[in-house]
Design a protein around this ligand. Sequence first.
Ligand code: SF4
Ligand code: SF4
Length: 484
Amino acid sequence: MSEQMVTIPTTARVDQPVEGETSRSMPDQLGNVAGANSEELAERLDRTSGRDATEGPVKKAYIFWLSGMSCDGCTISTLGAEEPSLEELLNGALPGIPTVVLHHYALAMESGDHFTHAMEKAERGELDGPYIIVYEGSITDENLTLEGEPWAAEGSLPTWAPADQRRRISTPEWVRRLASGAAVSVAIGTCATWGGIPASDGNPTGAMSLMDFLGKDYRSACGLPVVNVPGCAPVGDNFTETVALLLLFLNGQVPLPDFDELGRPAWLFSETVHTRCPRGAWYEEGTFAHEYGEKECLAEIGCWGPVVNCNITERGAVGHMGGCMVAGGVCIGCTMPGFPDKFTPFYKRPPVTTPATLLSRLHGMFVRAPRRTSQLERNREPRWRRETPSGWAIGFDTTTVSHNVYEYFYHKLEYLRSEMPGRRKAVEKYRSGYLTPAEAAYGEDYFKMLPNERATEARRRGVPQRRGLSPQADGFDTPLEEEE
Ligand code: SF4
Ligand code: SF4
C-alpha cells in the first residue's frame, strides 16, 4: 500500500464543529478518527434517528460511567443487551428518552483530558442537562494505596496542566465529586452493588459497594438513594431497561419505577431463580442430578436457586438465550449481598437443601408414577386402545393392569359431573343430542352412503355399521365386531 493511500488522520479537527453541533473550544485531540467528541456523536446519532424533537423538559442527559475494581464484565453485558440495546438508548430509538451522551472509559470518543473535561463540567454544574453516574466494580479504600497511587483512576487533574503538576484522580474521588449533583447514581454489577468478589474475605483493597461508600443518608439530586442492578455479570437487559426507565422518569414521562428495600428494580428482582427455572419440574417431582451434565434439578450439587433473587431464568443471559441452569450450571448466588462468601464453598449442597429435597422426593414418590401412567395414556388416541398404528410404537402398546385400573378411575373422575365429548356406546350419539352434519343428512343410512370400496375397507377394520361411525369413541369402547 502506498503512503498516499493511508488517509487516517492523526489529528482530528475537533475545534471545527459540523453545522448544528455544539461548539468546541478544546485543543485538538490526537487519534480521534471520528473527529467528534461523545456529545457531538450523540447529537449526530439523535439526528439520524429521524425524531423531530424529544418530548418532555429534558432534551439531553449525560451518563458518566466510572470503573473501580472491575473485570469489565458489566460493560460487556451492557453491550450485549437487546431490550433495550445500548444503541437504542443512544440513538434516539426510544420515544420519550432524551439525547443520551455516554462517557464510558472504553467507548468514549475522547481520551485524556478531553475525556475528563466533561466530568469537570458536570462537577461545576456547566452541563446543559442532568447527569447520571454509573459505577462498575467495587470502590476501594484509597487510604490503603501505596504512595498515593490509586487502585482505580480515571484521568488526572488539573486538565491541560503540565504532567508534573497533575494528580491522578481515583474513581472514588470522582464519585465524591459527582454523586451529590447526579440526578441518579446507579451501581451496576455485584461488585458495585454489594462489594462482590473484591470485597470478599481478605479484601486487601478495602473494597466496598457504592452504597457503603456513599452511606445511608446519600440522596442524589433527585432525592434517590443508590439504584442497584446486581449480577456477576448482570443481565445486560436488566441494566439498560432500568436506565431507560430512569431517563423516562427524569424526563417526566413515567412515574418513579418501583425499587425494593435494597434499591433493586423490584420488577426484576422480586422472584427467585427457582421460580422460573427450567429445571423446576424436576425439583417438584423429586428428581435430582448427581453429576454436571445431567438434565435434572441441580439442588443436590450446589444450586442456591430457591433462595436467590435473580431473573436470569426468565430473561436469559443475552437475547432471552442462555442463563445458568439452561447452560447446565448451578446458581451460586451472584446477584446477592454477601456474594461470594455467603455462598461458598461453591458446588457444595447448601445446608437447607437436604431436608427440602427429602420432602421433594417424598412428594415425588406419589406424583411421578401416576403422572407417567397418565402421560402414556394421554399420548394415545381413544381408538388406539388395542393397537397403535405406528411402526415407531414398538413396546408402546403394552399397558399393565395397574395402568388400566388407574386410567379407569382417572377417566371416571375426569368426567365426573361433566359431559364427556364424543358419542356414547350406549346411545351412539352425543348426550346433548348433537348430530354430525353427515348423520343429520343421511340418518341411519349414513354408512350405506359410503362408496363400496370404503365401506368394505371400513368393515375389514371393524368400523361399526350401525348408526353413525363411532369406533371406540369414548376411549373404553371396543370395536363393534368384538362387542357382537
Ligand atoms: S436447578 Fe436450582 S433453581 Fe433450578 S429447580 Fe433446581 S434448585 Fe431450583
Ligand atoms: S442464577 Fe444465580 S449464579 Fe446465575 S446469574 Fe442468577 S444469581 Fe447469578
